[in-house]
Design a binder for this molecule. Sequence first.
Ligand code: NAP
Length: 529
Amino acid sequence: MAELDAVVVGAGFSGLYMTHLLRQRGLSAQGFEAGGDVGGTWYWNRYPGARCDSESLSYSYSFLPEIDLAWRWPERYSEQPEILKYIAHVATALDLRRHFRFDTRVTSAAFDGAAGLWTVGTDRDDRVAARFLVMATGCLSIPNWPAIDGVGAFRGDSFHTGLWPHGGVDFTGKRVAAIGTGSTGIQSIPRIAEQADQLFVFQRTANHCVPAQNRPMDARTERAYKAAWAENREKARHSFAGDVAPEFYIDIMDLSDGELETELDRTWAQGGFYTQYPYTDLFTSREANDRVAAYSRRRIRDRVNDPRAAELLCARDHPFGTKRLCADTDYFETFNEDHVHPVDLRATPIRAIDETGVATADRHYDVDAIVYATGFNAMTGALASVDIRGADGAPLREVWAGGPVNYLGLAVAGFPNLFTVTGPGSPSVLCTMVSPIEQHVEWIDRCIAWMGDRGATRIEATGEAQAGWVRHVNEAADATLFPEADSWYVGANIPGKARVFMPYVNGLKVYRDTCDAVADDGYAGFAVS
Ligand code: NAP
């Protein structure tokens, strides 16, 4: 059996950077990737309208200034093919593909305490041993097929947005059911509606949504950003959300109604996450949040002609932004089209899917295709899908049955030399993703180098440090409105999943400082031998 320094699972932004750093240190690293090529999220999510909700200029590696400065993003928010092109370019430039086995899913990983090695198995019968195991498996990579009776019975075409066919899908002339109105549904529904003959949008919960205000990349903005590239990148590294947008300088509750209206007009015109970055009390004061939510509903009513449809599309059951905020392009106007029909699943729930379509409480919808925009088993799903066994043989999925526990979102007590990138307990999904990914990967790289320098071969989070971190993550979340929503952040989208708020809400800067302090302190909270 091959014996390596490290196995890296996943060839998205995280796994590629991790592999690059390990190889730069002269360590042997084998990567495995279930997809046929690099890209991670951007390899799988090819649905119509798939686009990044983070600004293109911030959504790339900061450790490659030459590529970054030369790269031309065509739009403010990049479409999936553009991002995949960028990742593929980086993989080629750094010659990273040769370290990966593609079309290969890691199925098991067991730590042998005596040898101090992880034995990793795949669905293609690979078996390799490595000192370190880095799970760079993404936060949103295990598609959630909804628990609806008869999902497998439908005789037309079924698509999950997270497993979209590479050749694309032509819905021209088709009757289509779209189930799910989160970020993905909101991006894809307008594009599907352009082709479909009839489109039925099955909405269980209206999500808060703001206009993306996507547009072709503005040449002046790009020039200014690149002229101050190093400062911008440094600012993003030490920001709350890994971005360059100005953050947290306005108390909503200090503003009169008129002032707030003007202020929100301004941020809505900027679009996307600019609508939540400036506000200090948006996620801590229900009253402040309610005022923004009310404004957001007014803006939707302005865009949807049919007042009943407009009310249906207005989010009410959770505070603004406490489910991941959606950003739209033409979503609400789509419901002004005669062939687009919203279906209110609160009033008429889906009873079953059958051979010919979708049966709700009050009627049957005959369709040719069903699009499931029903999300993912987020943050823990990919880790739980691998049979990971720690030093005493305990399976990670059982250790986490009551909710994920770890230290710094990076390491789990009882699982030596295992690192997770952007796992639960880290700010990850609350940020522009590439920034926390770089922070995690660089921290892991530094840790492995530090161990090498002092001849250490084993590092493991202590139970005490882990318990302290879990408590801290929970307390931080409980000080906000976030846990109020039935979101994937708390696992509410997966029946039976423990309800725990998984991301770390105090932001990237605080998190980075904490992780750096732990490292500076000789990896406090870890047992090293
Ligand atoms: P999601 O936010 O989990 O939304 C899933 C949708 O499916 C929800 O509307 C949900 O309704 C519905 N649903 C699930 N099970 C259902 C059932 N049994 N019956 C009826 N409806 C059901 O998933 P997503 O839209 O794929 O987005 C996931 C995350 O991916 C986003 O939050 C974001 O972080 C990321 N994403 C990012 C981008 C980007 O930046 N470009 C784009 C897309 C996605 P309920 O709300 O009632 O559960």
